[in-house]
Ligand binder design. Structure first.
Ligand code: HEC
Ligand code: HEC
Length: 324
């Protein structure tokens, strides 16, 4: 049914010849969702522990690793002391920011990088989540639900504490962007892909598949977990060209006009360099469907108006490959 609706959609696009101005089908691979998992639960169940990760002297039990109000801090030397809202949140609804975004603020592919975001942008985004104007096109994913619940309950002073903490952190990239036409077979585990190198390969097609290099390290919430993002061949060169000329020579001339040299952010426009490629696609698509509002989203809505899913893939692959 869905498949035939899609073919009809594609056919309509071909017939009307207005592919660029029409919204294309949701890039489902950018919003991987494990349908069997109740919100807030971490898959697959780890043993009770204790666990350790390389390069850290700390040790945690499973119950500590999955604690939304006191997440593990494997590498305390990598960041300054966390304010209460980042380390513990406030029960019952304000989850610890450090749980999802990690104490280093580098985030994970299913959420967002906060390290280095400037305070005015940070506060504007929190206000947009809080008043419901910023949503996600696929709203039923647990990380997004929990972010929304957190923002609804948070107080201004807590937002300011978190914003100032994350603003002073240096953004780092842990994603390796690899151009390819075939990828290892994968399953959706949690909110991203788990590659199984023993299970054979499949064609990538026009998708980006992103997941941790070492799934257990990811599950242990180690901020040094490396990720791999498989992108279609030719994406990096195409993405670079689009970024430098968007939209086709007309005003404004390129992503760097607003996002700054090297796309590292400027004033209250966030950095794009070294972000998770799938997180970038989600944001571009969310601007396009109009579910991401608030802040200065109007600027981006203008930019994505004529952006196809293929353009988003190439731009996200390129931005993800840069050093922050
Ligand atoms: C359960 C996971 C989770 C927790 C806990 C969480 N967030 Fe988030 N956060 C997310 C997700 C997912 C997104 C991306 C939402 C989307 O799809 O747009 C996000 C996005 C954000 C953004 C937007 C970043 C950008 O570049 O646009 C900010 C700011 C933010 N979170 C702040 C916080 C703060 C402050 C806290 C703690 C009070 C917090 N988050 C706790 C999951 C979480
Ligand atoms: C006219 C200025 C402008 C231009 C040009 C522009 N952007 Fe943006 N972009 C913004 C602003 C402003 C925001 C923050 C929006 C908000 O406040 O919600 C943003 C946000 C984004 C985000 C969300 C980042 C995050 O962490 O949530 C992405 C992704 C993005 N832009 C990609 C691009 C790409 C790719 C290009 C070039 C094709 C581009 N932008 C060109 C102004 C611009």
């Amino acid at each position: 049914m869905i498949r035939s609706l899609r073919s009809l959609f594609v056919l309509t696009l071909l017939l009307t010849g207005c592919k660029k101005s029409v919204l294309e089908p949701v890039p489902e691979w950018a919003y991987p969702t494990n349908p069997t998992l109740p919100p807030g639960q971490t898959p697959p169940p780890l043993s009770p522990g204790p666990f350790q990760v390389a390069g850290s002297t700390r040790s945690y039990m499973r119950a500590e690793i999955t604690n939304l109000f006191a997440p593990p801090d494997w590498r305390p030397d990598d960041h300054p002391a966390m304010p209460e809202v980042v380390a513990h949140g406030r029960k019952p609804e304000v989850r610890a920011c450090g749980y999802c975004h990690l104490p280093t603020g580098n985030g994970r592919p299913e959420n967002a990088r906060l390290a280095g975001l400037r305070v005015p942008y940070f506060v504007a985004q929190m206000n947009a989540f809080r008043d419901g104007s910023r949503k996600s096109h696929v709203a039923g994913r647990a990380p997004t639900i929990n972010m929304g619940l957190t923002a609804k309950a948070i107080q201004d002073a807590e937002i300011m504490d978190a914003a100032q903490y994350f603003a002073q952190l240096t953004p780092r990239s842990f994603v390796r962007v690899v151009e390819t036409s075939t990828v290892p077979k994968s399953t959706i585990a949690g909110w991203l892909f788990k590659f199984d190198k023993q299970a054979g390969t499949e064609p990538l097609g026009q998708r980006i598949l992103e997941g941790p290099e070492d799934f257990e390290q990811f599950e242990l919430r180690d901020p040094s977990t490396p990720y791999i993002a498989y992108v279609p061949e030719g994406s990096l060169a195409l993405g670079k060209r689009l970024a430098e000329t968007w939209p086709n020579g007309s005003e404004p001339p390129s992503c760097a006009t607003c996002h700054g040299p090297g796309y590292k952010g400027k004033d209250d426009v966030p950095s794009l360099a070294g972000l998770s490629p799938t997180a970038i696609v989600r944001q571009l698509y969310d601007f396009k469907t109009g579910v991401r509002n608030g802040g200065k989203s109007a600027d981006m809505k203008e930019i994505v108006k004529n952006m196809t899913n293929a353009d988003m893939v190439a731009l996200a692959a390129y931005m993800g490959s840069l050093q922050p």
